[in-house]
Write a protein that binds this ligand. Sequence first.
Ligand code: SF4
Length: 317
Amino acid sequence: MAVVFDIDKDPKRPRHPEKAHRPDQPIQRKPDWIRVKAPGSPQWAETNRIVKEHKLVTVCEEAGCPNVGECWEKKHATFMIMGDTCTRACSFCNVRTGLPAPLDADEPRKVADAVEKLGLSHVVITSVDRDDLADGGADHFARTIAEIRAASPNTTIEILTPDFLRKEGALEHVVAARPDVFNHNLETVPSKYLTVRPGARYFHSIRLLQRVKELDPTIFTKSGIMVGLGEERNEVLQLMDDLRSADVDFLTIGQYLQPSKKHHPVLRFVPPEEFKSLETVALSKGFLLVSASPLTRSSHHAGEDFARLKAARLARS
Ligand code: SF4
């Protein structure tokens, strides 16, 4: 479980100041079908060493991802650039909120160095929301892609970006850097945006994904949602249609898990057979690839999924 006050780092600095006054939401016991590998193997320790040595932030740690034991054992870490503090305050997210520090201009090079040391064939780069920056951090994304390309030309690059809301020209700048996969998560159905993702706009996010394809049809597009936040099945099916209208290739669906008692409660643990059914429906709607399971996360198995995406595109051509 994650913490709301990060007393290890700074006793006076709450991790989620906007959530501190909220009433407690009891955390439900996880069902038997949600079981994960505990971190701590020698390979996990090696990944941890490289991440710490380069002073990098990972979403695996900041989001309290349940798959960190499995992923880090395979040296799959998802780097979170532009700091550890987010300017939004989504009710599901465990990433620290507040006013971020200035950008580290050397971070793109440090990330590229870590990718090279880890010997990654596929890397996922995400970031906090940086509404405080004029370009929302678009140039930092573009520079990180360029540095990784220069250091590891055979590594494929997947980015998981914020929505660049009200940041004119930002999306175009990132797309021009030519990532292999452009991921932007919808997170939930539109009726839940006000309570789950209040700073975002559903149709802006759909349009962003559509625009990526218009600008460069060779880039794979990807989006993900969590279930268990109170959404109706019909709303999820409509969301699938909205993503297909935007020509999105890959959909991920995973179970929402509550990071702390100050976060949005889990309203339902969706059983594995319902994930299977959503996967079947989504595939019938034309996605190239769908990953739906309780522990599916945007970056989980991203390397293997990239190979499957390429094969699926080839099979359709
Ligand atoms: S699923 Fe993604 S965020 Fe979670 S541990 Fe794996 S790489 Fe990190």
